[in-house]
Design a protein. Structure first.
Length: 276
């Protein structure tokens, strides 16, 4: 199957939850541009992560970087959220809110999740969504390093399974197998998602073996892959702030994410570091 000549929304066999957008080659050019900015943002912030800095300070730096690149943080104003990033430390699984009171300390691990959006006419609001794990200082517990390693390999396995002719469910099977090999669980309350002109779109991308394998992966499909691995149980809960999600057993959690697009013969990772 080839790229569509025009962007379309189609009901694909095996996905009864709504239409999936199939994008054009030109759309992929736009996604490459915003994906590079997203990756550059995560590269930029790495130099500022150190004991003693607050997550709010990191968020301010991220916000300034995005606007300097001619983009805006898609998360600001999204369902009332008011920050340019989500910063999730240690047992926070996802959606950690940047705070002046959250000071990083030696040995912490954290995920930083960013989504810059090209700032232009409504029809040109392309989104690049990515996240990465970081360590604070040099004295990182072995269990934390091992969790990060497993999470990165889980994402890599999901990327390898995202190929034309495979099914959407193959991604989850690949991600989960790596987690199992390390003795970890995947938090199943959250999933990847379609993205492009819309921040969160169909399809949902499950990171464990699904009940149904879902549609065939075809050129033009754009989505995120973003497994969350927990050292302990998969159970999580949302705190009273309505955003912060923590592991119920308070054990470490880690996540990694890329925005990708299916091509005629493989996969493009829009949010990969340039030259990687």
């Amino acid at each position: 199957m080839k790229f569509p000549e025009q962007r379309t929304r189609q009901h694909l066999d095996g996905y009864p939850h709504g239409p999936i957008t199939l994008h054009t080659r030109e759309d992929y050019d736009a996604m490459t541009r915003i994906g590079h900015i997203a990756a550059d943002c995560l590269n930029f912030i790495s130099a500022h992560i150190a004991p003693g800095i607050s997550t709010a300070e990191l968020d301010q730096l991220i916000h300034r970087f995005m606007t300097d690149q001619g983009t805006v943080p898609a998360t600001v104003g999204y369902h009332g959220y008011q920050h340019a990033s989500c910063i999730s430390v240690n047992h926070v699984a996802v959606h950690g809110i940047p705070s002046t009171s959250k000071i990083l300390k030696e040995g912490d691990i954290l995920n930083i999740d960013v989504t810059p959006r090209l700032d232009g006419p409504e029809s040109n609001h392309w989104h690049g969504d990515t996240s990465r794990m970081y360590t604070v200082g040099t004295k990182i517990p072995v269990k934390a390093r091992r969790l990060i390693e497993a999470t990165e390999k889980s994402l890599a396995a999901g990327l390898a399974a995202a190929r034309p002719g495979n099914r959407l469910g193959d991604i989850g099977i690949a991600c989960e197998q790596v987690a199992r090999d390390y003795g970890y669980c995947i938090a199943t309350d959250f999933c990847g998602h379609g993205i492009g002109l819309i921040f969160h779109d169909n399809p949902e991308v499950i990171h464990v073996e699904p009940e149904e394998m879902g549609p065939l992966l075809v050129p033009g499909m754009i989505f995120t892959i973003e497994p969350i691995l927990n050292i302990g149980r998969p159970d999580v809960k949302t705190l009273d702030d309505g955003w912060t999600v923590v592991t119920k057993d308070r054990k470490l959690s880690a996540q990694a994410e890329h925005t990708v697009g299916i091509t005629e013969d493989g996969l493009v990772i829009f949010t990969a570091t340039r030259g990687a």
